[in-house]
Design a protein around this ligand. Structure first.
Ligand SMILES: C[S@@+](CC[C@H](N)C(=O)[O-])C[C@H]1O[C@@H](n2cnc3c(N)ncnc32)[C@H](O)[C@@H]1O
Length: 222
């Protein structure tokens, strides 16, 4: 298969899209990507006193799954998404910060763990974002990811190539969720030079090009 062209994702457009789409976001996720977030957060095996980065917290769909005794910092570019996240019921000690994952305002080795849902398919430069997640988390820290991703099935990839322009430029549904339909996690976690160890890699394959995904547990191996 030829290397597909990946449309650029522009940061100011991401902010505008998610600010505007924030009120509809939870309903859209429940309808099209209904993922139980508890297993993702449980996979971090968090202990009381630990600090976690919610990398692109969005409307906070992961937040209710965090246990009491843990500190969570939810970072995101979109104030509109964060406003909705503030309303989520939580047991953990949660705070928020407007931040770009590609240039995080946090110290090296600040976090014990990182969680991220449906995010690296959205950031302009996923490798740069991962480098930042690795920088701000401690050596050995778990990094749990659930995301949309490029299928491993060539016949589904062809459909994903066909929807890539629309998902990156206009979003699906239009104007609510913008993402790169060609987000290649095999390339990112197995063929980049990132200092990570893959602890688990579970794929959700589908003939529906919108519904392919992965749930990963990585370890910071810097
Ligand atoms: C599809 S939503 C996912 C939200 C949430 N993590 C979830 O699991 O539902 C993508 C989020 O990533 C944020 N985002 C996109 N690019 C970003 C970046 N470079 N830095 C920080 N947040 C970003 C958007 O504002 C949006 O809230």
């Amino acid at each position: 298969m030829s290397t597909p062209t990946i449309p650029p994702i522009l940061t100011d457009k991401v902010i505008a899209t998610y600010d505007q789409g924030a009120p509809d976001y939870d309903g859209i996720m429940a309808r099209y990507w209904p993922v139980d977030r508890q297993p993702l957060i449980d996979s971090l095996n968090l202990q009381p006193g630990q600090t976690v980065l919610e990398a692109a917290v969005g409307t906070g769909l992961n937040l209710p799954s965090y246990p009491a005794g843990v500190t969570v910092i939810g970072a995101d570019l979109s104030e509109g998404m964060i406003e909705i996240a503030r309303q989520k019921p939580v047991k953990a000690n949660v705070s928020f910060q407007t931040a770009n994952l590609e240039q995080l305002p946090f110290a090296d080795n600040q976090f014990d763990a990182i969680a991220s849902g449906f995010t690296l398919c959205v950031v302009a430069d996923p490798v740069k974002a991962m480098q930042e997640l690795i920088r701000v988390s401690k050596p050995g820290a778990p990094i749990a990811i659930v995301d949309y991703c490029l299928s491993r099935q060539p016949h589904v990839q062809k459909w994903q190539e066909m929807i890539a322009d629309a998902t990156a430029n206009y979003g699906f549904p239009t104007g609510v969720i913008q993402w790169n339909a060609l987000m290649d996690y095999d390339q990112l976690i197995y063929h980049s030079d990132l200092p990570i160890r893959v602890v688990s890699d579970e794929r959700m394959e589908s003939d529906n090009p919108f519904s392919c995904g992965c749930q990963l547990l990585l370890e910071n191996a810097k």
